[in-house]
Design a protein around this ligand. Structure first.
Ligand code: ATP
Ligand code: MG
Length: 357
């Protein structure tokens, strides 16, 4: 391996295949990932095993093929380059399960029970107290298995996921001190600022809350969603001075409208009661459609080509399987498990010889 390749950081990042991606995902993670793929070796996980920790009904699994393709499509539309980012399907890399099992012996239940992220996921799934499934409690351990299997050195995460990377670091340390240095400790990289507010101003944009603008929405859909957006409720007339701060329409203008002077002018006139919501929204819809233009162009390349999507995902999966096989050979050797395997294999071969004789 050339030294510069050795020094390059390897990133592991990804999502659960539970639906299409929206502007919140762009702000929270996608924008950073698309940039990072030019600096680091990037592995992107389609985390279907993690989906099963909260969504495992037959109907959920029936939606998986469409959701997996939709996620890959959104990744490509966002500008992820399959030559730079290896996108893979978690459940199709079986070594994940094996490493997960070994790591479970180091993970502490008390520590996991205290994580706000686990509590929140349980609450969202309507699970209370004693009925917390082991799989959901172990969510961060499975995530650690993904990160360590790939021997990623950098993990871009949102604030809600920071504690999970800390757990991956702890597990790497514990494994290494028990058996020898196999895993680098993954560095977290905080990628999100505040969560993007939804179009209804009721908390963050979220696909299940009906307040999301999706990366795959067409122009008319974006226009309709922006027309229906929440603004300053005090402004029943255009001549009432309005509040810009925290107003979702202006939050989006600041983030997605590249015409800075237009944004400043709208803000000024809004504060002075000299512009109607209609104009502010029309200009926002135009800006968002401009912003989403390149996404739509890339979407058009891959849309209606499910085979191409499958091919991209399969080739990423094979690549990660090769990395995983190498990691696990080393894991088993360090643990000493490979000696047991060799012992019984040798025994089996001797028995085979005697039978043949
Ligand atoms: P659901 O409605 O099913 O919870 P969602 O739209 O909230 O879905 P998730 O799959 O929960 O999306 O989000 C995955 C990750 O994407 C989050 O951990 C976070 O980093 C990022 N993310 C999601 N929504 C936002 C948002 N509105 N602003 C910033 N980041 C977001
Ligand atoms: Mg969510």
């Amino acid at each position: 391996m050339p030294p510069e390749k050795e020094m390059r950081k390897r990133i592991l990042t990804g999502d659960r295949p539970t639906g299409r991606l929206h502007l919140g995902h762009w702000v929270g993670s996608l924008a950073a990932r698309v940039k990072l793929q030019y600096e680091c070796e990037t592995i992107v996980i389609v985390a279907d095993l993690h989906m099963l920790t909260t969504k495992r009904a037959k109907q959920d699994i029936e939606q998986l093929p469409a959701n997996v393709r939709g996620l890959v499509l959104d990744y490509l539309a966002s500008g992820m380059d399959p030559e730079r980012s290896s996108i893979y399907l978690q459940s199709a890399v079986p070594q994940t399960h094996e490493l997960h099992t070994y790591l479970q012996n180091f993970a502490k239940v008390g520590r996991l029970l205290q994580l706000p992220s686990i509590k929140e996921m349980a609450r969202n799934a309507g699970i209370a107290g004693e009925s917390l499934p082991l799989g959901l409690l172990g969510y961060p351990v499975l995530q650690a298995a993904d990160i360590l299997l790939a021997r990623a050195t950098l993990t871009p995460v949102g604030k809600d996921n920071l504690a999970h990377v800390e757990i991956a670091r702890e597990l790497a340390r514990q494994f290494n001190s028990a058996y020898g240095p196999v895993f680098p400790e993954p560095e977290p990289l905080l990628t999100d600022t505040a969560a993007l507010v939804g179009t209804d101003n009721r908390g963050k944009m979220s696909k299940s809350a009906g307040n999301a603008i999706f990366l795959s929405d067409d122009e008319q859909t974006v226009e309709a969603k922006v027309r229906g957006m929440f603004t300053d409720p005090k402004r029943i007339h255009a001549n009432i001075p309005g509040n810009v701060e925290g107003n979702p329409v202006f939050v989006y203008h600041r983030l997605f409208n590249e015409n800075r002077s237009e944004v400043l002018d709208l803000e000024e006139r809004y504060r002075a009661g000299k512009v109607g919501d209609k104009e502010v929204k029309e200009k926002l819809a135009r800006a968002l459609n401009l912003f989403l233009g390149p996404f739509r162009e890339r979407l058009a390349i891959y849309e209606n080509k499910p085979r191409l999507l499958d091919q991209i995902l399969w080739s990423g999966t094979l690549k990660v399987r090769r990395i995983a096989a190498e990691t696990m050979r080393e894991v088993r050797a360090r643990m000493g498990l490979d000696r047991v395997w060799k012992m019984i294999r040798a025994g089996g071969m001797r028995a085979g010889e005697s039978v043949n004789r």
